[in-house]
Design a protein around this ligand. Structure first.
Ligand SMILES: Nc1ncnc2c1ncn2[C@@H]1O[C@H](COP(=O)(O)OP(=O)(O)OP(=O)(O)O)[C@@H](O)[C@H]1O
Ligand SMILES: [Mg+2]
Length: 248
């Protein structure tokens, strides 16, 4: 079925090292339009590096990445990023709606006021993640989950085709985590989503594919994993166990 879908990311024989030691080696990956791809792997295994290569922040040592048939640097307007939680100053004295507006930075005119069409986009993005009523509140006064929704709104306000998230639920509790994943699942109807997580048991209920990164990359369809390996335990959530050879 995936063969009929549009390929939005193509990575071929990619190698990358910050110095002469490779952090990522022989990576091949196709991502399709409707994918909700989870990336897992131990600390320091190269997950964030892989995302930075997709964003065009880093360039491959060798091999090729194309985003919507373009070089990642040229495709930057079509791909958006929610960085690891905590990287933004949480007490920053700025309203929630202004945080969302920051997502239009590259596209904004230099007018000192916000254009009407941009206001419409900001309100649409905030409505999409269900925080429109918090628009005038200072960002620092929002709860962790509301702040994360606000950062997702900032990432989608420019209407990207692909959304990358680096551990979006690392510092929120499990009920907020579930809310955010439900929100991402809804967004996935319109946007390709790639998300780094440490919580494989949790993400396998939401994503359709999981890429295990540990210098190399091995990709699994969640459905295939379920046929082989899911056990239901006495908890309400499904627990999945993956048996494969990539050592994670
Ligand atoms: N700017 C940098 N310069 C040199 N080495 C780096 C740089 N950024 C990351 N590294 C190294 O590259 C390797 C991969 O780092 P990366 O941040 O991609 O890992 P990660 O899988 O995202 O880890 P984590 O789960 O802890 O976020 C690590 O060994 C790290 O120390
Ligand atoms: Mg990381």
């Amino acid at each position: 079925m995936q063969n009929k879908l549009k390929k939005v990311i193509k990575i071929e024989n990619l190698n990358f090292g910050y110095d002469k030691n490779l952090v990522l080696e022989n990576i091949d990956l196709d991502v399709f339009e409707s994918d909700f791809l989870g990336i897992i792997g131990p600390n320091g295994s190269g997950k964030t590096t892989l995302i930075k290569l997709m964003l065009g922040i880093l360039s491959p040592t060798s091999g090729k990445i194309s985003i919507l048939d373009e070089n990642p640097k040229k495709a930057q307007e079509k791909i958006s990023y929610v960085p690891q939680f905590g990287q933004m100053e949480k007490s920053f004295p700025i309203k929630a709606k202004s945080v969302v507006e920051m997502g239009l930075c590259g596209k904004k005119s230099f007018l000192p006021w916000t254009k009407k069409e941009d206001i419409v986009k900001i309100e649409k993005a905030m409505k999409h993640v269900d925080i429109l009523d918090l628009a005038e509140k200072p960002f620092g006064e929002l709860s962790g989950g509301q702040q994360q929704r606000c950062l997702i709104a900032r990432a989608i306000v420019s209407e990207p085709k692909i959304l990358l998230l680096d551990e979006p639920t690392a510092s929120v509790d499990s009920s907020v985590e579930e809310d955010i994943f439900k929100l991402l699942k809804k967004l996935n109807n319109e946007i390709t989503i790639i998300l780094i997580s440490h919580d494989i048991g949790f993400i396998s209920s939401y994503v359709n594919r999981i890429a295990c990164v540990n210098k190399n990359l091995v990709c699994h369809n969640v459905d295939d994993m379920k046929i082989d390996n899911i056990m239901k335990d006495s908890y309400s959530n499904e627990v999945s166990i993956i048996h494969h050879k990539c050592g994670l």
